[in-house]
Design a protein around this ligand. Structure first.
Ligand code: ZN
Length: 634
């Protein structure tokens, strides 16, 4: 069956009606499908097919609203998408508390179903129980209310961060040390000052290169007050709400409720994992901190805090490892990196990308059809530069979840890279996000939408993208596209130094990550009255970096809505990524046979099996933590 990619509006005035159709009409279709499901003969296996049909409709509506709220340039369209997003959330919540649907699904006998169907059914029933469907009416109503309110609070939380961009006013002299293109694009205002915003392309270079400690503190102060004060109350409400919901459906706390769907299984295991990583990293982190302090001393730095660690880090890398970020940037021109990414991943996974001239939400978006073995696999859209109102981190979004013979997968990368020269860590981020996109597209050929794309356990979801980062650290790979202005490829010896420099600080950063993970877990477990105070208690327990006074990390930490208590997942995935990567020969990252086997056993499988089984299939043994622990202490 030939399937066509989605056609997006080609005029800005057409978005509103198109979005209404794609969003609200999909929900109406889902409602019809659910009505048919309810009237089916109990026990009829067609019930599961209808469940899948409705799932496809709902996923389509959910994908478009989530994407457009994050990327559309028009505030009215964003508002409309947010409104529909609330309706989608309500629809899902209503559905998962609908006793009739639960009874119909429960009537299906799993004997005689194939593995996929049995998995879909088991997951659906579990999800119903998690929504309290088997509880009394009062409980069900309350859970419904909580779900709706949770969607609103999540939206408010990310909106306050997205729209709450802050600006520090610094002296023109404080730009000394920054790259030329940065200085050129930050002109002095009428007041004789320069505005540095909390957006990444402003904030990160400034904190890394500015030699002015006071100005760095001013910028960091603004950054660590993103979302303050509004998000403090929003987050407090969110935490109380999640706790209530977990209790209502019979779990001890939210982390237990949340962990049930993950590889990790139990809330308590999160605390153990965080402690283990922090402990494994302790010694090396102290050594690294001493190096930073020593380097900071001549600049009058007596303690390493969140405003000066990047500066000291960069200085150590430049002076002790001979790695100068500005020297490296010369090799990473955005256009060449963009083309190189496609070439490298195309070779690795046996894919070809064909540019398509299709309308999207913004002229800077580039779109490609992805082909595998001559067949159209799906379409990708790359939206890679910053602009007003756009989601200000880096992430992959779904546009269409792929379903075999029904709809082609389409995915979107939303990033905020400069249009000229990139830092190497931005190149790494690009490879990372592209790993999600590959996962989304390659796993877009399942019969069940529930298995489509990155629909795997959440603590596994980062592993494929974290593994793809390794390719951005390999000289042979980088030399495919990383050339300077006269076309000379990045020297192998420089890449080796970059890697050595990258090793420095691993343990310290791991402990900072564990600080974030502990915040996400502890907040949800304890629901503290004073969130700011709790953050300041957790800092010294895990992070080696000092926070700044009068800052509020938690109000700007966007992951607290999506990841809830599971920010540990990032590190957990990394453990798995390092383990999977150990199958590759570091001397030959273009081992196509192995890469194709990985593509087929891990990526293409999507959510059709437990991640632990996919990894075991690929490695020929169960996953373990050895490769990761070795890398922390290398
Ligand atoms: Zn990711």
């Amino acid at each position: 069956m030939t399937m066509e990619p989605l056609t997006l509006p080609d005029q800005s005035s057409a978005w509103s009606s198109w979005l209404d159709e794609r969003g609200r009409d999909s929900l109406r279709t889902a409602a019809d499908q659910i009505a048919t499901l309810k009237s089916a003969q109990p026990g009829d296996a067609a019930i599961l097919q209808l469940w899948n049909d409705a799932g496809i409709s709902i996923s389509n509506a959910a994908a478009i609203t989530s994407l457009l709220t994050s990327v559309h340039p028009d505030a009215d369209v964003i508002e409309q998408a947010e409104a529909i997003e609330v309706e989608v959330g309500r629809f899902i919540s209503d559905l998962h508390t609908d006793r009739e649907v639960f009874d119909q699904l429960s009537s299906i006998r799993s004997v005689g179903l194939d593995d996929g169907a049995r998995r879909v059914l088991a997951h659906a029933l579990r999800s119903f129980r998690r929504s309290a469907v088997d509880r009394d009416e009062e409980t069900r109503t309350r859970v419904r209310e909580l779900n709706e309110r949770e969607t609103e609070l999540n939206q408010a939380f990310s909106r306050n961060i997205r729209d709450g961009r802050r600006t520090a006013s610094v002296s023109p002299e404080s730009l000394a040390g920054l790259p030329e293109d940065f200085v050129a694009s930050h002109t002095v205002g009428d007041d004789g000052r320069v505005a540095i915003t909390t957006e990444y392309p402003d904030m990160l270079p400034f904190l890394t290169f500015s030699r002015d400690a006071e100005a760095r503190r001013a910028v960091a102060h603004e950054y660590f007050n993103l979302g303050w004060p509004d998000n403090d109350a929003v987050l407090g409400d969110l935490l109380r709400l999640r706790r209530e919901k977990a209790h209502l459906v019979g779990y001890a706390d939210w982390p237990d409720f949340d962990a049930e769907l993950k590889m990790i299984g139990k809330g308590g295991a999160i605390a153990e994992f965080i402690d283990k990583v922090a402990e494994d990293a302790r010694e090396a982190a102290h050594r690294e901190l001493a190096v930073l302090l020593e380097r900071g001393a001549p600049d009058g730095i007596t303690e390493i805090d969140v405003s000066n660690w990047r500066y000291c880090f960069e200085a150590v890398k430049r002076e002790q490892y001979g790695v100068d970020a500005q020297e490296i940037r010369r090799y990473f021109d955005f256009a060449k990196v963009h083309a190189g990414l496609l070439e490298v991943t195309g070779r690795l996974f046996g894919l070809s990308y064909e540019p398509v001239d299709a309308p999207t939400w913004h002229p800077e978006v580039t779109s490609y059809d992805v082909h595998l073995d001559g067949a159209l696999l799906g379409r990708i859209h790359l939206d890679l530069h910053p602009r007003d109102r756009k989601f200000n981190h880096a992430a992959q979004f779904d546009l269409v979840p792929g379903v075999r013979d029904r709809q082609l997968p389409e995915g979107v990368l939303v990033c905020n890279f400069p249009r000229g020269l990139m830092d190497h860590d931005q190149v790494v981020t690009l490879f990372h996000e592209f790993g999600h996109l590959m996962h989304h597209v390659l796993a877009g050929r399942h019969e069940w939408v529930q298995f489509s794309g990155v629909a795997t356990e959440w603590d596994f979801v980062e592993a494929p993208s974290q593994m793809l980062e390794e390719w951005a650290w390999d000289a042979t790979v980088l030399q495919v596209f990383a050339t300077d202005e006269v076309g000379i490829p990045i020297p192998t010896e420089l890449v080796e130094r970059m890697r050595a420099a990258d090793e420095f600080g691993k343990a310290l950063l791991a402990r900072t990550q564990m600080m974030y993970a502990a915040m996400s877990y502890r907040f949800h477990l304890e629901v503290p009255d004073d969130l700011t105070a709790r953050v300041f208690e957790l800092y010294p327990e895990f992070s080696m970096l000092k926070p700044l006074p009068d800052t509020h990390l938690h109000t700007g930490f966007g992951h607290l809505d999506g990841y809830s208590s599971g920010y540990y997942t990032y590190m957990w995935s990394l453990v798995i990524a390092k383990d999977m990567f150990s199958a590759f020969d570091p001397e030959n990252l273009f081992d196509e046979a192995l890469a194709h086997r990985y593509r087929d056993t891990v990526l293409a499988a999507g959510g059709s099996r437990d991640a632990a089984d996919l990894v075991a299939d690929f490695l020929g043994r169960p996953y373990d933590t050895d490769a990761f622990t070795a890398c922390l202490n290398r």
